[in-house]
Design a protein around this ligand. Structure first.
Ligand SMILES: *Cc1c(COP(=O)(O)O)cnc(C)c1O
Length: 427
């Protein structure tokens, strides 16, 4: 069967497919660069698995207290080798990225300490962790204060203001790599390295933590290669490779990770308890697949940027910029545009393709959010997904896609839906 025919059966018209094919043909060189990064990262992970002597017994089921859970302990060593850190905590008991970040912060801050964000407002859910929006169990409730330095107009670091904001109280600096739901740039590992060097030059004792969500394996280096004391992320994003059903990780300096383990479980218990409950094969295999899965997701993001830029929408990053995370923002300008885009992504999914997403008041978020995700793992955003808060500038944030053909179908499907709703016309 010809490719046009199967696209047609999936609801993609010849005009939309032709438009997509023309754009794709212009991207071959960039796609080759992405494949080169994936190759490097694939080798890095295989090397880490070999070095730590991963074997079939690592996939065994462990229950109860989880003492001597060999698979869990070895996986943590594999993460530490990959991120080139002294230690790592990688657990199904870490429920999501927010939880991992919350552990890293609460474990390493004490009453009277101050947390500093030198990169403007953090990710929405962290506002409640920190207590920027008052919330039960926040750091603010425990007497940890917070300061934030706004970004300069160009979206980069205001070094003078950062130097002024650091005081004797400052203990930990949190740096978010990805823009998340914002319109600022996502930062390259090199840019993060320069910021960390600047901060350490003022006070080498300051703990630099990087929220690495959506950034893993986009480049050949990670923030832990350029001085970050802790890197933190979610396993239902990049490093889970689409296979991890839950989980988060924190990799970093030995003493800081010890603190995290005591916070996650209990004083006196730390890393010793917490059984892996049969998820180890998916954690290892997902981590193994993560570099090529991330490459597929970046190809989808670049394809989307070029498609929507060509149609006159503002896209961040633009079609030519280098990539530092897997997120693509497209400003559709209207609630209808955001909704149609997300419904198109949903319609291209292998799971739940027949459901129609609608905006809802999602816990942890300030405004209503619409989310499209026909995912194998609930809420997984390394799988093809799109979400947009229903607020100006009516941007949709698109990410993931375990395979490039799926990402491509999703974007063509979003375009088809926008045409149907009259938001877009192909000339
Ligand atoms: C997704 C994300 C988080 C939170 O992760 P959850 O798994 O959704 O809790 C934090 N920071 C950034 C930058 C993210 O992208």
């Amino acid at each position: 069967m010809r490719i046009e025919q199967i696209y047609k059966e999936l609801g993609i018209s010849k005009a939309v497919l032709d438009f997509g094919q023309k754009i794709e043909a212009t991207l071959q060189e960039r796609f080759a660069d992405i494949d080169n990064i994936a190759e490097y990262n694939q080798l890095k992970i295989i090397h880490a698995m070999q070095k730590n002597r991963v074997d079939a017994s690592c996939f065994n089921y462990a229950s109860g207290y989880g003492y001597n859970d060999y698979g869990r302990d070895t996986l943590e060593a594999v993460y530490a080798t990959t991120f080139r850190t002294e230690s790592a905590l990688v657990r199904p008991q870490i429920t999501c990225g927010t939880h991992a970040l919350s552990i890293a912060l609460t474990a390493n801050l004490r009453h009277g300490d101050e947390l500093l964000s030198p990169v403007g407002k953090p990710y929405d859910t962290l506002e409640e962790v920190i207590g920027i929006r008052s919330s039960k169990g926040s750091l603010a409730e425990y007497g940890v204060s917070y300061k934030q330095v706004e970004l300069k107009e160009d979206g980069f670091f205001d070094y003078d203001a950062i130097a002024k904001a650091i005081s004797k109280k400052t203990k930990l600096v949190t740096i978010q790599r990805s823009k998340g739901y914002q319109t600022r740039p996502s930062y390259s590992v090199k840019q993060i390295g320069a910021l960390i060097a600047f901060i350490k030059n003022i006070n080498p004792k300051l703990i630099c933590m990087v929220d690495n969500c959506y950034g893993e394996f986009v480049e050949t280096m990670e923030p832990s290669d350029v001085g970050a004391d802790m890197v933190v992320g979610s396993l239902i994003k990049n490093p889970g490779g689409g296979l991890a059903p839950v989980g988060g990780y924190i990799a970093g300096r030995f003493d800081l990770i010890e603190n995290c383990a005591y916070r996650l479980t209990s004083a006196g218990l730390g890393k010793e308890v917490g059984p892996s409950l049969g998820v180890m094969q998916s954690f290892y295999q997902g981590f193994f697949l993560a570099p090529t899965v991330v490459a597929a997701a970046i190809k989808g993001a670049i394809f989307a940027a070029n498609i929507y830029e060509q149609l006159g929408f503002s896209v961040i990053p633009n079609g030519r910029e280098s990539r530092h995370d897997i997120i693509q923002a497209v400003h559709l300008g209207t609630p209808e545009g955001v909704i149609a885009f997300c419904q198109g992504i949903q319609g291209a999914a292998p799971v739940d393709s027949y459901v129609t997403p609608e905006p809802w008041a999602m816990p942890g978020y300030e405004s209503e959010v619409i989310m499209a995700a026909g995912a194998f793992v609930q809420g997984s955003s390394i799988e093809l997904s799109a979400d947009g808060p229903i607020k100006p500038p009516y941007g949709v944030y698109f990410q993931g896609g375990l395979t490039w053909p799926h990402g491509k179908l999703g974007i063509l499907s979003s375009l088809q839906r926008l045409i149907k709703k009259g938001v877009v016309t192909l000339s």
